[in-house]
Write a protein that binds this ligand. Structure first.
Ligand code: HAM
Length: 449
């Protein structure tokens, strides 16, 4: 433990090398499945005009009301809270869709993003102030088959990461904006005279965002809700048909789901389909991902009416599940060869040797300091190197080198030139970490032409 007074800020985490083995593995699965399904990568900025989130996600959601991180500069025209760090990707991606005229592209436009998001929440297990999401958006068409395809992509990723068995897919249809308006009115009517029995927070929500009562964690609210009208009573035939068709498609794809009439999600932009992946043991708390359809969002942000559907997964929560499930990503940081040397001539030869080894694809660490061979070998042990090459003054004179198998503790002397072919044989050519740009580079043409 360090003696410094400085620690990473509350609710943030250093992503250490051992964490990156998981991160890299998860990102690989995401990129792989995204490309298979025709998604293209987009990176909206880390911060946006505050209004993008306020209008997009909704002023009376927890995310906007309590959790936005302000960004700006005091004394400037824009002011100190003109911008906010992104709490999610969807609003920013939709803003970009409009700004770059993507409605002219063949529809639907399929985009994905990976990166950190920020929510000023009270830090607790699985709930951080900086966290990472991967996000998928399918924009331009509204059809249950698109919802089914999107769910399928997310399902495959969670399956690839070997955690799907720990999760349940919760799904609901929250109808059209019209359906919800009628329902919200009915809910308000139902609570007339009962407000006093509601906990304070939910009493406020009844005014600002009554649908949020449905997934309230308050016991008193849940008891009152038992006799309240339910959303499905207000769904139009069109919404019911949409939902039934989606469920049929999920069945055809072999995707298990649980219908959850209380699932509404914490962002305002949804209509029709909403879904979440829940931990089987803890339920609604710490969902590993969620999404749904948002057919009015683009219009709300100033674009032409354009429907969309999307999903975001929480990378930290997925990592936690992988660790719990004992899923270990392969260690790509192992050291294959440690090169030890003694004397100025040996040092020069080793410098070149290390370069050759690395170019051949061996993960190579060279001890190029002045320490004794013995202490260099201790270092080789600590690096958990598989093999060590030793070049002392005598070896330089004789044109030889010593190869040591670290685990077996055995070593042999050989002609200097023999060392590389021998190591290739030992490690196996197929295990070398070679890097080559295999794709052909296209001719660069000026897009302005
Ligand atoms: P969300 O449910 O707010 O949806 O977040 C998606 C996932 O991000 C959560 O299920 C969770 O795994 C992770 N997450 C959220 N907040 C935190 C936090 N404070 N700490 C750690 N992980 C967290 C959205 O963000 C929507 N934009 C999803 C979407 C995309 N809908 C349509 N398109």
């Amino acid at each position: 433990m360090s003696q410094s007074e400085f620690r990473s800020p509350k609710g943030t985490h250093d992503k250490l090398p051992q964490d990156h083995q998981y991160m890299t593995y998860i990102k690989k699965a995401v990129r792989h499945r995204a490309r298979q399904a025709g998604f293209k990568r987009i990176d909206p900025p880390m911060f946006e005009e505050r209004a993008v989130f306020e209008r997009g996600i909704g002023n009376h959601t927890d995310i906007v009301e309590k959790e936005l991180f302000s960004v700006g500069r005091k004394g400037t025209e824009e002011g100190s809270d003109a911008y906010a760090l992104r709490p999610e990707f969807t609003a920013g991606i939709c803003r970009a869709f409009i700004q770059h005229g993507m409605q002219e592209l063949p529809q639907p436009v399929e985009l994905y993003a990976i990166g950190s998001c920020f929510r000023y929440d009270r830090p607790q297990k699985g709930r951080y102030r900086e966290f990472n999401q991967f996000d998928f958006e399918v924009i331009g068409l509204s059809d249950p088959s698109l919802d089914a395809q999107l769910i399928n992509v997310t399902y495959q990723i969670l399956k690839d990461l070997q955690i799907i068995d720990r999760l349940t897919l919760q799904i609901n249809n929250i109808g059209t904006a019209e359906n919800r308006k009628e329902y919200v009115q009915a809910l308000k009517d139902y609570f007339i005279g009962k407000e006093r029995n509601l906990p304070e927070l939910d009493r406020a929500r009844l005014q600002t965002n009554p649908l949020r009562l449905l997934d309230s964690k308050e016991e008193d609210t849940q008891i009152l809700l038992k006799r309240a009208p339910t959303l499905d009573q207000f769904l139009s035939d069109e919404s019911k048909k949409y939902h039934a068709t989606l469920l049929e498609y999920l069945e055809a794809l072999g995707i298990a789901y649980i219908e959850n009439p209380l699932l509404v999600r914490g962002l305002d932009y949804y209509n029709q389909t909403v879904f979440e992946y829940w931990d089987q043991s803890t339920g609604a708390q710490n969902a590993v991902g969620g999404g749904g359809r948002y057919d009015s969002l683009i219009e709300l942000l100033g674009g032409k009416p354009t429907p969309g559907v999307g999903f975001a997964g929480g990378i930290e929560r997925i990592m936690w599940h992988m660790k719990e499930a004992g899923v270990a990503p392969p260690d790509k940081d192992q050291v294959d060869v440690f090169v030890a040397q003694l004397g100025p001539e040996a040092k020069k030869k080793c410098l070149v040797l290390v370069n050759e080894l690395r170019n051949l694809g061996f993960h190579t660490v060279g001890a190029l300091g002045e320490a004794s061979l013995k202490s260099q070998m201790r270092l080789a042990d600590r690096f958990q190197a598989r093999y060590a090459l030793l070049l002392g003054q005598m070896e330089v004179k004789e044109g030889t080198i010593i190869l040591k198998d670290m685990a077996a503790g055995k070593q042999k002397s050989m002609k200097f030139e023999k060392a590389l072919p021998e190591l290739i044989k030992l490690i196996g050519e197929e295990n070398l970490d070679t890097y080559a740009i295999r794709d052909h580079l296209g001719e660069f043409s000026d897009p302005g032409e």
